[in-house]
Design a protein around this ligand. Structure first.
Ligand code: HEM
Length: 396
């Protein structure tokens, strides 16, 4: 029995064989670096719903890793790293901006953005889905959510990528240096946007400024929230769009089905989320001793729940390794569960449905490289392609 290690090259490329081994033989597994890996659906749900599996220790891990300075301070304020009561307070402030009724205002922008981005590709009959559609769409959507100008997308995307690279176990000294430089510019930019801003808009920045005035949120927390939302909000959607489209390209009969029956697009999005999620795992640190599946886990142990494995649990899904967009919709673990269930799930679905719907409608859509040439970004928590070159019959 070897210790599971999500950073291993073959696991990064295709984690699913290892997940099956874990699901079958060792559902609560002590893996590399003494980390616990939880794979079965019911156990993952139980962990995510239990406050003893906390986040504060994880916050310390990352703030120590990035070292002293502004970056560490901003990382320390991120909502994803807070436990109660701070987590609930921050979620209460930003939550209203994520409700379906608040997000409906973004629908026309998302549709127009997909059309704009696809226009040059439609004429050409070829594109890289990752660079030409997924990233620019997801970044523009999150800027719109915040109320920041679309014209800032390039600079914001650059800072966000540099900061994001520091939050990975594999980050190098050069990644850290770039991350520290980027966060200074990023924070300046957010401060300037706040200074020019009034509180009466419907966007997230206006909402947070109002909360600041009522002393519900500090200025640093606003900066952290903007940085986090830009990073998590766009990397995830962009990666999911690439993963989902590749899953359909790998299963031409499913691609054909959704192309012929566009009302199946929302179901195809759900099945693609289940089949190959952009967020593969979530980490917790125990605030108390806990027993799980007959294993004794100790206070301070680090526990990683594997959404990608839970989504393939044969105890939860029939034929878990088959992509079947006609499956009765069964919720997956791709947006998490419990009190930290993804705030952006509605916004993500909106983009995925619009973009995937437009892509599958392109005539004779096909992959134009050898599948072995496709590569995943060097990350452990997120799973996303570096590029996805496709071709189709050009318009006109
Ligand atoms: C939380 C996945 C898109 C904002 C989460 C969690 C997951 C997740 C698994 C739970 C984390 C945990 O339990 O530790 C995804 C996926 C997305 C996506 C797969 C796209 C396909 C977005 C977008 C936004 C967003 C577009 C915002 C712009 C958040 C926030 C949280 C969160 C703020 C933290 C919630 C909390 O701590 O209470 N997401 N997400 N996500 N997500 Fe997403």
């Amino acid at each position: 029995v070897t210790a599971f290690d999500p950073t291993a090259v073959d696991v990064r490329r295709d984690p699913y064989p290892s997940y099956h081994w874990l699901l079958r033989h060792d559902p609560v597994h002590r893996g590399a670096h003494q980390v616990w890996y939880v794979s079965r659906f019911a156990d993952v749900r139980a962990v995510l719903g239990d406050e003893r599996f906390a986040r504060t220790g994880i916050r310390r891990f990352w703030t120590d890793l990035v070292g002293p300075g502004l970056l560490s301070q901003i990382v320390g304020d991120i909502i994803l790293f807070q436990d109660e009561p701070d987590h609930g307070r921050l979620r209460g402030v930003v939550g209203p901006a994520f409700s379906p009724s608040a997000l409906r205002r973004l629908e026309p922008t998302i549709e127009a953005t997909v059309n704009d981005l696809l226009r040059p590709a439609r004429a050409l009959g070829a594109m890289d889905v990752v660079a030409d559609l997924a990233y620019p769409l997801a970044l523009r959507a999150v800027l719109e959510l915040l109320g920041l100008p679309a014209g800032d997308a390039n600079a914001v995307g650059r800072w966000s990528r540099a900061v994001g690279r520091t939050l990975d176990r594999g980050a190098t000294a050069e990644d850290m240096r770039r991350g520290h430089a980027a966060i200074a510019e990023f924070a300046d930019y957010v401060e300037r946007a706040l200074a020019e801003r009034r509180e009466d808009g419907a966007d997230l920045l206006a909402l947070m400024l109002a909360a600041h005035r009522s002393q519900l949120m500090s200025r640093n927390e606003i900066v952290s929230t903007v940085v986090t939302f830009i990073f998590t909000g766009h990397e995830t959607v962009a990666s999911q769009l690439g993963n989902g489209l590749l899953s359909l390209l790998d299963h031409p009969e499913q691609l054909e089905l959704v192309r012929r029956q566009p009302h199946l697009v929302p179901q195809a999005v759900e099945e693609c989320l289940r089949f190959d999620p952009a967020v593969q795992s979530n980490t917790r640190q125990l605030a108390a001793d806990v027993e799980l599946h007959g294993r004794r886990l100790r206070r301070d142990d680090v526990v990683v729940v594997l959404a990608g494995a839970a989504n393939r649990d044969p105890g939860r899904y029939d034929r878990p390794d088959e992509l079947d967009i006609r499956r009765d919709p069964v919720p997956s673990m791709s947006f998490g569960a419990g009190m930290r269930y993804c705030l952006g799930s509605y916004l993500a679905r909106l983009q995925l449905r619009t973009a995937l719907g437009a892509m599958v409608a392109l005539p004779d859509l096909r992959l134009v490289c050898n599948p072995n040439e496709l590569a995943y970004q060097p990350r452990t928590m997120f799973r996303g392609l570096t590029r996805l070159p496709v071709a189709f019959t050009p318009a006109g």
